[in-house]
Design a binder for this molecule. Structure first.
Ligand SMILES: Nc1ncnc2c1ncn2[C@@H]1O[C@H](COP(=O)(O)OP(=O)(O)OP(=O)(O)O)[C@@H](O)[C@H]1O
Ligand SMILES: [Mg+2]
Length: 260
């Protein structure tokens, strides 16, 4: 079991208001788990707990058998509010994570760093094309890109570090339908090729069913309770156009019955 979430409880504020309560979840290596749920139900919170940037008030989260108290390279993260380094070009934004994790400050003065940097830049160029940007975009700064282009650079940043677990929080929300389909295909192809374990938060039920091997729905049973896992659905692979409408209906019924 790669990710083991045991009876997790999270509350915010004073007095504390429960956001997640009694979350139990086991995720095996190589699963593609899509997370659905109404706004404010705790989807982003769940991702940040797995990332290790937040910690539960009760319960525990084990990744590869142990608790992690901070993010590291094994868990790539595309946050809901992504932010690129404004003073770095697109290419430098994509390579930055690998450069800092592989080389300390002084090691960056050595020939080995420059050799590795050349490799990383070639790889970043490859990702640039795969996310549908052009070579001439490599030298641009984030404020010269559209919101959708910035979002794709943030995705390339996370993919570059080749994490064992990839956490994506509404990663396609700023994309037009055509670009979104292209990015869905890219992520699905990368998942198949690498076996990365993916947790993907989306508000789009159809997208969840087309991408995931499993879909979970977070929902509250009453206003003052935290969200629980209201549904945990294995998605037939590949999920064909015939199955999707009935599965969408099932998921929407659960969401509606829990909508508060
Ligand atoms: N750091 C924080 N401090 C206080 N409250 C927080 C904090 N983070 C999240 N919350 C609250 O916890 C609840 C769940 O937030 P979260 O961002 O996880 O929801 P979500 O399901 O991702 O929503 P959305 O679909 O709108 O992105 C919200 O009511 C939010 O206001
Ligand atoms: Mg969110």
């Amino acid at each position: 079991m790669l990710i083991h979430i045991e009876d997790v409880f999270v509350a915010y504020g004073s007095p504390p208001r429960a956001v997640l309560a009694g979350i139990n979840l086991e995720i095996e290596e190589g699963e593609f788990v899509c997370v659905l749920g109404q706004t404010g139900c705790g989807k982003s919170t769940l991702l940040r707990l797995i990332l290790g940037s937040e910690h539960p008030m009760r319960g525990r989260i084990l990744v590869d058998g142990r608790e992690h108290h901070q993010p590291d390279r094994t868990r790539g993260y595309v946050p809901q509010k992504y932010s690129l380094f404004p003073d770095k070009t697109v290419l430098d934004n994509i390579t930055f994570g690998c450069e800092v994790s592989e080389f300390g400050l002084f090691a960056r003065l050595t020939p080995a760093f420059y050799r590795r940097r050349k490799q990383l830049r070639a790889e970043a160029f490859d990702y640039l094309q795969r996310i549908g940007l052009r070579s001439c975009d490599a030298k641009k700064y984030p404020d010269q890109l559209s919101g959708g282009m910035q979002q794709r650079v943030a995705i390339a940043q996370a993919l570059m570090t080749k994490p064992r677990i990839l956490l994506m929080d509404e990663a396609f929300s700023a994309l037009d339908p055509g670009t979104r389909r292209g990015m869905q295909q890219l992520v699905r192809d990368l998942w198949k090729a690498t076996g990365t374990t993916i947790l993907f938060v989306t508000h789009n039920t159809d997208e969840a069913l087309r991408l995931g091997t499993r879909v979970i729905v977070l929902a509250k049973e009453s206003v003052d309770q935290g969200s629980r896992i209201a549904m945990d659905l294995s998605v037939p692979a590949p999920c064909g156009d015939e199955e999707i409408p009935s599965l969408v209906r099932r998921l929407e019924l659960v969401s509606e019955s829990c909508a508060l």
